[in-house]
Design a protein around this ligand. Structure first.
Ligand code: SF4
Length: 483
């Protein structure tokens, strides 16, 4: 279907935003916001690394062939007509369809046709936005040749006809979205909205309306089901008896319904509900948390810090309670892992009833991944860590099983920072796991030893706060919810 001439052009680079939220991509194109300056340091770091990756590909290609940089759609068409071997920063416009695509490269194949190619930091070409972008480039080129993805780990992948369906869906939905003058109606999604630049714009109307998906555990389809049962606001849900709620998708069974009603009550009153007593294992507790860098050159994440808060917890702010394994570079990754295992062996020898407490499944799944990476699944310490008698204990489990809290997310910081809950504050307000990745990449790039030492100190301080937070959470649970 042709595009109306006065509509914004459809850009494949909108694919990520489109895959996240229809309103987000509409606001990107038709909203009156100035989001030109990206002030999220993690986003900025990803952009910088993406550009560096693109430059590395450009240099590599330039060593093998004559690469011309295009300056416009007309220039791209001229270079293509001249059959130059490679075009950098190509611009492909289909006016009739209203689509403009900016592939990083067009490469002239042996068949005499051009292939689109993009440099992506991703390790997989299967991401929806990559399939859409490269699929649209193929459509703009009108070629049956696959498009090329230069992946972040140095591998090269091809995208062919399998991407046509999602690329066509993108073009159709974008045309429809851009034709509308009204913000699309969407639901609140805590995981997507809290990281979205339009959060401050969208959240107040959701709150005013009492949107059900503001509640932890109520996803879009459950909200639709509740609405069709006449329960269309948080207040109405809070006033409903769980037994009066029919079975609806993602909200089946008495426990889930009861939890949903209590979550609504908690949202409105700030009240904490205990579903059953919290159970915590007895033993010597060591609190454990890792920091990893997913933005490595080899595509495998590097755990640069394995941090522990060890007994006797006499002063949680003192450095002597905090122990850690640190490695500077990803080529020291295995060394760090082996040191971590040694550290665990030491704790095991010291405390036969060791409890290695962490928050969420990340630490356990990382240990599994590392055991696999270094083919050490049968190593006695790995078997000890992951076997039936594992000392690992995920503190998030008793929280989710026993408590309903006035929160939209049950992350460690959500619970610990809340003044009416654990009320533990991190020394650096800005810190977080993405902050730590940014600081670590600054540390890697920093030539000045003094600044480097300061950056390392800040990352260690953040990790120490994380393990101290899990300790405070443990204390809070013991003091309030055990019996
Ligand atoms: S805040 Fe949420 S609803 Fe609003 S645009 Fe972003 S993701 Fe979409």
């Amino acid at each position: 279907m042709p595009n109306a001439p006065d509509l914004p052009l459809i850009k494949p680079s909108d694919a990520k935003s489109w895959s996240l939220c229809a309103r987000r991509v509409w606001l990107d194109n038709k909203g009156d916001f100035d989001l030109q300056t990206i002030d999220d340091p993690f986003e900025q770091l990803v952009i910088e690394l993406g550009l560096a990756h693109e430059q590395a590909i450009l240099e590599r290609l330039s060593g093998d062939m004559d690469v011309h940089t295009a300056s416009s759609t007309e220039d791209t068409a001229r270079l293509m007509a001249d059959r130059v071997p490679a075009i950098y920063q190509a611009q492909l416009l289909n006016e009739a369809e209203g689509i403009i695509g900016l592939p990083d490269f067009l490469l002239l194949g042996e068949s005499g046709q051009y292939q689109a190619a993009d440099a992506k930091l991703s390790l997989s070409e299967e991401k929806k936005e990559i399939q859409v972008q490269l699929g649209i480039y193929r459509r703009l080129l009108g070629t049956g040749l696959p498009a090329i993805v230069f992946l972040g780990d140095g591998e090269q992948a091809l995208i062919g006809d399998e991407a046509n369906a999602v690329a066509n869906q993108f073009a159709t939905e974008m045309r429809e979205l851009l034709s509308s003058e009204d913000e699309p109606l969407v639901r609140y999604s805590h995981s997507k909205c809290r990281a979205c630049p339009y959060y401050a714009h969208c959240k107040p109307p959701f709150e005013q309306k009492g949107e059900l998906s503001l509640l932890y555990g109520i996803q879009g389809r459950a909200a639709i089901g509740l609405e069709s049962a006449g329960i269309d606001t948080i207040s109405k849900l809070a006033d409903t008896h769980a037994s009066a709620i029919p079975d609806i998708p993602y909200l089946k069974g008495d426990d889930k319904k009861n939890r949903a009603v209590l979550q609504a009550k908690s949202y409105l009153s700030n009240e904490v509900f205990r579903l059953k007593p919290v159970e915590l294992p007895e033993g010597h507790w060591i609190h454990f948390d890792i920091e990893d860098n997913p933005l490595t050159g080899n595509g495998e994440k590097h755990v640069y810090l394995w941090g522990f808060l060890v007994p006797d917890f006499s002063d949680n702010s003192a450095d002597e309670d905090f122990e850690y394994v640190w490695t500077d570079r990803d080529d020291e990754d295995e060394q760090g892992w082996l040191q971590f295992l040694k550290q665990v062996e030491g704790y095991k020898g010291q405390y036969p009833d060791l409890i290695l407490a962490h928050y969420s499944s990340h630490e356990r799944s990382t240990i599994c991944a590392y055991a696999k990476r270094y083919v050490m699944e049968d190593h006695p310490t790995v078997v000890y860590l992951l076997g039936d008698e594992s000392p690992l204990f995920d503190l998030q489990k008793p929280v989710l099983e026993s408590l309903v809290l006035p929160l939209q997310g049950y992350g460690l910081k959500d619970i610990c920072k809340h003044r009416d809950l654990v009320n533990f504050q991190w020394q650096d307000e800005e810190s977080g796991s993405q902050w730590s990745v940014v600081q670590f990449n600054r540390f890697l790039a920093e030539p000045d030893p003094e600044i480097k030492a300061r950056l390392k100190g800040e990352i260690l301080g953040y990790n120490r706060d994380d393990v101290t937070a899990t300790r405070r959470l443990e204390e809070w649970l013991r003091a309030n919810f055990m019996s």
